[in-house]
Design a protein around this ligand. Structure first.
Ligand SMILES: [Zn+2]
Ligand SMILES: [Zn+2]
Length: 362
């Protein structure tokens, strides 16, 4: 009963038990987006137009950062087509929602909908999957980082989350721009340049100090929030030959009010089963999944998932194990021996140890 199944296999079994309205768009989500947009515009105006006060500006920065992230979560939903159906309206509202993170809607759809969702945790094709030891052995740039002790790497990895989304988004632009046909390329470029031109224009207009609080700190906070989800969505799970969301995805749990603020983004396994369904209905999907496949379903509180991420090396030695290239300690993944409450390395065979440490020394 533990063989891998496609997301369609699960979806076909769960769908008949969900209400019909779960399969129609939920345009009322836009009200939440409008509220965040008003908060963002007023926050930036307050910092720009009033005298600088570090405490008030810090508080506004935090509100702006959480709003940038929440708008990104809504943008993700909109661009899956679960809020509005019309293509132009989807792109417009999705573009506004992703504006603070400066990710263009056309790029996002190609990277996330068409590649990440179709090839989740496929070691070759998923742009969001972490590298295997073979891929690592080819990437010289990562090697000095992997010579640091695991605890230092864990800490740096966490701090790195504050810039990862922006950096990854740039990498995705570089990777996918060639795949757009030439007529579309100009608009993909514009969707990158217009947000960045706006933010750089703001810098010129209000000066570096105010800009740090109006944009830079909020951007770092937003990066950390979205990455706290994205990093734990799949990175404790195995790589898989079949796109099985119960095997390759993790649903994290957060307090109810956080789910309200973040449009239920925590329900990631459910999202991979029904990416075209409004996340409003994911609690119902979760109930069905836990009823049918409790032994396959993975969930844990967000702090525990982040701690497990911090304590495990971020390299796959094979599809179901993670390896520390320094010393060669091997860790399981979810469903394959990783106990998130007590993360510790497995007993490893000496041969495996020497081959993985050999790679870091090459
Ligand atoms: Zn995902
Ligand atoms: Zn998605």
């Amino acid at each position: 009963m533990k063989e891998l199944q496609s997301f369609g296999w699960y979806a076909a079994r769960v769908a008949p038990h969900l209400p019909k309205k779960a399969f129609s768009p939920a345009p009322e989500r836009l009200w939440g987006g409008l509220a965040y947009l008003l908060v963002v515009v007023s926050g930036i105006l307050t910092i720009s137009l009033t005298d600088f006060n570090i405490w008030i500006n810090t508080a506004i920065s935090i509100i702006l950062g959480t709003s940038f992230a929440a708008m990104g979560f809504l943008g993700h939903e909109i661009l899956h087509g679960t809020v509005v159906r019309k293509a132009w309206l989807r792109e417009l509202t999705g573009g506004i929602a992703f504006f603070p993170l400066s990710t263009g809607p056309k790029l996002w759809v190609k990277w996330h909908n068409m590649t990440h969702h179709r090839h989740t945790q496929d070691e070759e094709k998923d742009p969001d999957a972490w590298p295997t030891i073979e891929q690592f052995s080819k990437a010289k740039i990562l090697k000095p980082f992997y010579r640091l002790p695991l605890s230092v790497r864990g800490f740096l990895g966490m701090a790195f989350l504050a810039i990862t989304f922006t950096m990854h988004s740039m990498r995705m632009f570089k990777r996918f721009i060639k795949e757009f046909n030439p007529e579309k390329r100009l608009s993909v470029w514009m969707q990158l340049l217009v947000p960045w031109a706006t933010w750089i224009g703001l810098l010129v207009l209000i000066g570096p100090l105010k800009w740090t609080f109006a944009f830079l700190i909020p951007l770092l906070i937003a990066n950390f929030i979205v990455m706290a989800y994205i990093a734990t969505n799949h990175r404790l799970n195995p790589l898989v030959p079949v796109n099985d969301p119960l095997a390759n995805s993790l649903t994290v749990t957060v307090p109810k009010w956080v789910d309200v603020l973040h449009f239920n983004f925590s329900y990631h396994t459910e999202h991979h089963l029904f990416p075209g369904m409004s996340s409003k209905y994911y609690p119902l999907v979760k109930e069905e999944l836990k009823k049918r496949w409790p032994e396959r379903y993975h969930e844990m509180p967000m702090p525990q998932a982040l701690a497990a991420l911090y304590k495990t090396p971020r390299l796959y030695s094979n599809q179901v194990e993670l390896v520390d290239p320094v010393g060669g300690d091997v860790y399981g993944t979810l469903g394959h021996g990783l106990d998130p409450a007590h993360v510790k390395p497995k007993e490893t065979a000496p041969a495996e140890e020497s081959s993985s440490s050999a790679m870091v020394n090459k």
